[in-house]
Design a binder for this molecule. Structure first.
Ligand SMILES: [Fe+2]
Length: 206
């Protein structure tokens, strides 16, 4: 019978999972950057892509420091988060509404990573892998900073603009039925799309 697995084995599994998650993100972040309408948001995604490439390298250093082969193991969690992000991009959101949705998707990924790195730092410290703990803490700090930056962008106007576009659309619906039925542009159209999609969904659940 196989030997009982240790915390070290679990730690290696987490490292492999994180390595694969970072690699998945190096492919997803350029798509988020391309989809972003706000130049600031696009830049934030591009900068985090650079950091993410750095995370891949730091994880390689962690494996090497432990005399382990550099290996990934498919991270289902990150794949699911990325899939959901792709679904959002396939919807008809535009302008600030699209940006708000992209931020929401990216923050899910950041929080997933923060949870994973928080665990890995704690486990590395508990096992006395101090160099690994330091490298993992550096990654964790960058994930937290990226998350805070996304918060700042969302709260510096993206969410408000998206909400304002929706209110504009609502008042237009009340004022002028014909014009509201015509294709609107920018955030207004995005809001119209999000609202028209929301309505049938609610009904379809019943
Ligand atoms: Fe990362």
């Amino acid at each position: 019978m196989a030997e009982t697995q240790t915390l070290h084995d679990a730690f290696l599994d987490e490292l492999k999972d994180a390595y694969d998650a970072e690699k998945q993100l190096t492919k997803a972040l350029p798509k988020l950057a391309n989809a972003a309408t706000s130049p600031e948001l696009r830049q934030a995604f591009e900068e985090h892509l650079e950091e993410t490439n750095g995370h891949v390298e730091k994880l390689e250093q962690v494996f090497q420091g432990l005399d382990e082969k550099v290996r990934g193991k498919h991270c289902d969690g990150m794949a699911g988060i990325i899939d959901e992000g792709k679904n959002v991009m396939d919807e008809d959101f535009e302008g600030a509404t699209l940006d708000a949705c992209l931020i929401a998707s990216a923050q899910r990924a950041e929080h997933y990573e923060m949870a994973a790195y928080g665990t890995m730092v704690a486990w590395a410290k508990a096992m006395g892998h101090n160099d690994a703990a330091d490298l993992l803490q550096e990654i964790l700090d960058e994930e937290k900073a990226a998350d805070e930056k996304l918060n700042a962008i969302a709260e510096s106007g993206v969410n408000e603009q998206a909400a304002a576009g929706m209110q504009e659309e609502e008042s237009e619906d009340e004022d002028d039925g014909e014009e509201a039925a015509a294709p609107a542009r920018g955030p207004r159209r995005a809001a119209a799309a999000s609202m028209s999609k929301r309505a049938p969904r609610k009904g379809s659940k019943k």
